[in-house]
Design a protein around this ligand. Structure first.
Ligand SMILES: Cc1cc2nc3c(=O)[nH]c(=O)nc-3n(C[C@H](O)[C@H](O)[C@H](O)COP(=O)(O)OP(=O)(O)OC[C@H]3O[C@@H](n4cnc5c(N)ncnc54)[C@H](O)[C@@H]3O)c2cc1C
Length: 157
């Protein structure tokens, strides 16, 4: 079998790599390889923080992808010899004002109902966890609660 993969972003290249590992012959076609969205991406895998209304069917996929990624990254590092710089850490989603805080609470309910492990923490605790947090995001007296979204499998500090 010969497969032509159109597009050499992270998806096309991952697909091509997996096909090659299964012994399939692959041609990748792309006039500007690796210059699409994959080139711009921030590289965060934060399924809980990415939860938004109206995408319910996506939640299990988001979680499964994040769960699969560490092994994928380790395997790719092993065969390529390039360290991908993959690390596992927590995500802090901060409220900047009262309106943000209302939205954050609603979002946290949605994230929890989607099965993600999130919790509200005090701004002072958030600053302990992330000292470079912008001052406006961590005013404990006014906006004491911050969503602490904990990726599955990561250590809780
Ligand atoms: C600014 C930004 C930040 C992001 N941050 C994150 C993040 O933190 N975490 C995260 O998970 N996701 C993030 N994303 C999303 C993520 O980048 C994309 O979901 C992912 O890169 C998509 O990969 P892809 O291979 O499908 O597409 P692309 O990387 O866009 O690759 C598509 C490729 O197809 C090629 N192509 C297009 N048309 C043709 C054609 N007709 N023939 C041949 N080749 C063609 C293009 O040249 C390109 O190389 C971000 C996206 C952007 C734009």
């Amino acid at each position: 079998m010969h497969v032509i993969v159109v597009g050499a972003g992270i998806i096309g290249l991952s697909t091509a790599w997996n096909l090659r590992r299964r012994g399939v012959s692959v041609t990748i076609v792309d006039p500007a390889p690796a210059m699409g969205a994959s080139h711009a991406a921030a590289g965060m895998l934060a399924p809980a923080a990415e939860v938004v209304w109206g995408q319910t069917p996506l939640y299990p996929l988001m979680r499964a992808s994040a769960d699969l990624y560490p092994d994928f990254a380790a395997e790719l590092t092993a065969v390529s010899g390039h360290d991908l710089g993959h690390s596992s850490t927590e995500t802090l989603v901060c409220a900047g004002d009262r309106a943000d805080l209302v939205s954050l609470r609603e979002l946290m309910n949605l994230q929890s109902s989607a099965g993600f492990d999130v919790s509200l923490i005090a701004g002072s605790r958030a600053r302990d966890l992330e000292p470079s947090l912008a001052p406006g995001c961590a005013v404990p007296s006014r906006y004491p609660e911050i969503i602490r979204s904990i990726p599955a499998g990561s250590p809780v500090h």
